[in-house]
Write a protein that binds this ligand. Sequence first.
Ligand SMILES: CCC[C@@H](CCO)COc1cccc([C@H](O)CCN)c1
Ligand SMILES: [Fe+2]
Length: 527
Amino acid sequence: HPGQVTSLSQVSDRLKNSRMFHSMCAGVIPSWLGGSLLRMGPGQFEVGGEPFNHLFDGQALIHKFDLKNGQVTYYRRFIRTDAYVRAMTENRVVITEFGTAAYPDPCKNIFSRFFTYFKGIEVTDNCLVNIYPIGEDFYAVTETNYITKVDPDSLETLKKVDLCKYLSVNGVTAHPHTEADGTVYNIGNCFGKNMSLAYNIVKIPPAQGDESEPLEKSKVVVQIPSSERLKPSYVHSFGMTDNYFVFVEQPVKINLLKFLSAWSIRGASYMDCFESNYSMGTWFHLATKDPAAYMSSHKFRASAFNLFHHINSYEDQGFIVVDLCTWKGHDFVYNYLYLANVKEEWEEVKKAATRAPQPEVRRYVLPLDIHREEQGKNLVSLSYTTATAVLHSDGTIWLEPEVLFSGPRQAFEFPQINYSQRRGKEYSFAYGLGLNHFIPDKIVKLNVQTKETWVWQEEDCYPSEPLFVPTPGATEEDDGVLLSIVVKPGAERPGFLLVLDAMKLTELSRAEVNTIIPVTLHGVYKP
Ligand SMILES: CCC[C@@H](CCO)COc1cccc([C@H](O)CCN)c1
Ligand SMILES: [Fe+2]
């Protein structure tokens, strides 16, 4: 049990089940940088000759870079999810993944296969998206109701947990918010019994210091109604300030009739259950945090965009400032992330990206005080932003954003900030992965107040999400380093951990390993 104090030798020999790579360090790693970078991503892209179709189907691989006294060691291991273990055992895709349908067991006879048609699908536990702490434990996650407890030192898989045992949600996002005391908030779809459709914000208390399981004490703190009864929006992340929750309801919908019906008849996957709503635009919802209450009178509306990653939100003089990585339009961006598209020649990749929604970093400002007599005039009185909010006669408030960053098929995505110091508060700096026609080819720093940008880029190098680690004792918001796993195909040592100075985006060090490191999506730095 993780509660047992395992000696380093015990951890190290348990790590023997992971693949280990020593690194060659160029440059100098700050001596204070002494923890582990933990990241999740897809690691196996086919089983028994059957390919996975989508970026989010590959079997979950956990990556760990141990940093100690300037030395770096890289480990990785497949998570022993049910999806992975059963695929390896049967040498075929057994569990349906995000964009790949599993086929009925060919060894079963016609009758048992007939009855599997009418059983609900087995929801995947393929936790390839993120890893984060709940209490003293670490969980690798996707966005379904299954999360997987892992040992962050030995990378062993400890336990599959079904959130439905503790909460009425069908899943939660891979982007929780964590407070300084360890309290975890998250949001998830609730398809409910009588289709009482909603988005539930859940709260998991911090570790109690005893052996109790924080999840036992988790609860739904507020319900946000769905704009459309049988079609809840896909939710990937949410905003949280000191006193408010921000939920952006995007026009990418889950068709419940498809999602909750028998899939095997159609060889359906999760991607087949999405559809665009062409008339609602995008809705913003607010809820107070403590006491937790939905603010039903604040009906914010904006033009249609896809949203995956909130950057940060904060309160200022009676307004909520909401910074987002948006993709303009209602066509689902995930339609452009099938592996076939990504493997294409550069010309093909560029052509596909031309038709996709266009990325844009945007600032929306939501007024908290809305007086009916002020119809038709801009309610935003913050001096430093051009974002507007206009009350309409039907009681809705129309939002227009300030654009913080925009470039033709140039996305500032996988955003990160100095989270421990600035989450939910006024801030200046965001760090992101630059996607060039969906290809990750640079790391970008953005000053969200001045729109000034800094870039790290190198020929034939493909970085991943840059995680910010503050210098111990620092007071400056950008006093720290960025950690990013970079792939340099064709190089003698084709993978490296890049350590950048977060102030100037200059390279402090790179720890090179002689192995390719498959794409990683999200992760955490464990001091
Ligand atoms: C119809 C979509 C259902 C929602 C869950 C609803 O609560 C998403 O479900 C999955 C299933 C498999 C992999 C994923 C990935 O996390 C996506 C990319 N982050 C999401
Ligand atoms: Fe994400």
